[in-house]
Ligand binder design. Structure first.
Ligand code: NAD
Ligand code: IPM
Ligand code: MN
Length: 350
């Protein structure tokens, strides 16, 4: 039995991860969910958006399924984490959001976001099958920002050899396992000469040991144009944190939108599965959100924990529901709610 920490999150999070957990249970997977609250709502209720209980649960279970957590735009919202070191000293750190705090504190150094066409899901393109590898620990996401004076703010961008080599190796090994052939490094090294220059050079050097994978490179602006012109020509993409964030939403739009884009964060000690999308406050609590991205994230989880039979079963049931088009959500052109689509998938689990 695999125990899993389940963080429902904010907005549509409880609806879509609730659907995913229900489907995982119905698939016969040998898992048990331990539900723990975190997020903006939790913070408003208790003063602590990311309670210590979350880390205690993850330390035990090592596997997390997480719904989106909301982060206010601007302002001074920070997620403060206090940890006792082995010497008994209390160390405090703060992060810009709950999702970032979890990724950083848990050492989840890579965010994998696969983007592909799904049967019967309408999109402008065919033949899209891209795996996005987003560096997850540094870049402009370190949260080192400050007001220099009332009218000027600065942010610090960090790129290190160590983190870049680690994520590049991960991406190359991952592609090799899938027998895929190309990794495109994405950067802005013409302007960010030191930071993105180091990212590009490190990825290129790391790839020399992988004769079976061609390393390609693109400047991020040109990449965006090419992605919307001929997305089928890309295979793996390796990006620093911020470009990875932006390009993963763009890429979701190539195959049907945020409702169909799953994701996973990996580190040496644990893994956290969360969709690309956010808490979608505009559609929260209305039973209209598409649960597919959360379900596909759970499918990634089942494969990772060595339960591929349940994963296959869920994918097959989902495919049937998509093909029949009767019980699909509005973003997919249907009129079913989250719950109806979920029950339709469960009914198809063979
Ligand atoms: P969003 O992804 O929540 O929503 C963007 C658009 O996509 C909205 O129109 C929304 O209705 C739609 N959408 C998203 N998911 C959908 C789904 N499953 N089914 C149907 N439609 C869906 O982006 P946002 O509005 O910019 O962000 C809202 C909040 O979520 C912000 O506070 C942001 O910081 C947070 N966020 C959290 C995470 C995370 O925790 N992993 C990820 C992204 C955004
Ligand atoms: C994502 C989100 C997060 C990010 C936000 C909510 C901090 O956009 O998971 O893509 O930027 O990483
Ligand atoms: Mn994002």
């Amino acid at each position: 039995m695999q125990y899993i920490t389940w963080i429902p999150g904010d907005g549509i999070g409880p609806e879509v991860t609730g659907a995913a957990c229900e489907i995982v249970r119905a698939s016969g997977a040998a898992v048990q969910f331990e539900r723990i609250e975190a997020g903006l709502t939790q913070g408003e209720r208790t003063g602590t958006p990311l309670p210590a209980a979350v880390f205690e649960s993850i330390a035990r279970n090592k596997i997390v399924i997480k719904g989106p957590t909301a982060t206010p735009f601007g302002g001074d919202f920070r997620v403060r984490i206090e940890r006792k070191t082995e010497q008994g000293v209390i160390e405090a750190r703060s992060h810009p959001s709950v999702a970032i705090a979890l990724r950083k504190e848990l050492g989840l150094f890579v965010n994998v976001r696969p983007v592909r066409n799904y049967p019967s899901v309408q999109s402008r393109y065919q033949g899209v099958d891209i795996v996005i590898f987003r560096e997850n620990s540094e870049d402009l996401y370190t949260g080192m920002e400050r007001m220099i004076d009332e009218g000027t703010a600065e942010a610090i961008k960090i790129i290190s050899f160590r983190a870049t080599e680690r994520v590049a190796k991960f991406a190359l090994d991952y592609l090799r396992r899938l027998k895929r052939k190309k990794l495109t490094v994405v950067h802005k090294a013409n302007v960010m000469k030191m930071t993105d220059g180091l990212f590009l050079k490190t990825a290129q050097e790391t790839a020399r040991a992988y004769q079976d994978i061609t390393l390609d490179q693109r400047v991020v602006d040109a990449l965006c144009m090419e992605l919307v012109m001929k997305p089928e020509t890309f295979d793996g993409l390796l990006l620093p944190n911020l470009y990875g964030d932006i390009v993963s939403d763009l890429a979701a739009g190539l195959v049907g939108g945020l409702g169909v884009a799953p994701g996973a964060n990996f580190g040496p000690d644990c893994a956290m599965f969360e969709a690309v999308h956010g808490s979608a406050p505009d559609i929260a609590d209305k039973d209209i959100a598409n649960p597919m991205a959360a379900i596909l994230s759970a499918v990634m989880m089942l494969r990772y924990i060595g339960q591929p039979t349940s994963a296959d079963r869920i994918e097959k049931a989902l495919t049937q529901v998509l093909q029949e088009k009767r019980d699909i959500t509005r973003d997919l052109g249907g009129e079913a709610g989250t719950r109806r689509m979920t029950q339709a998938i469960i009914a198809k689990l063979a």
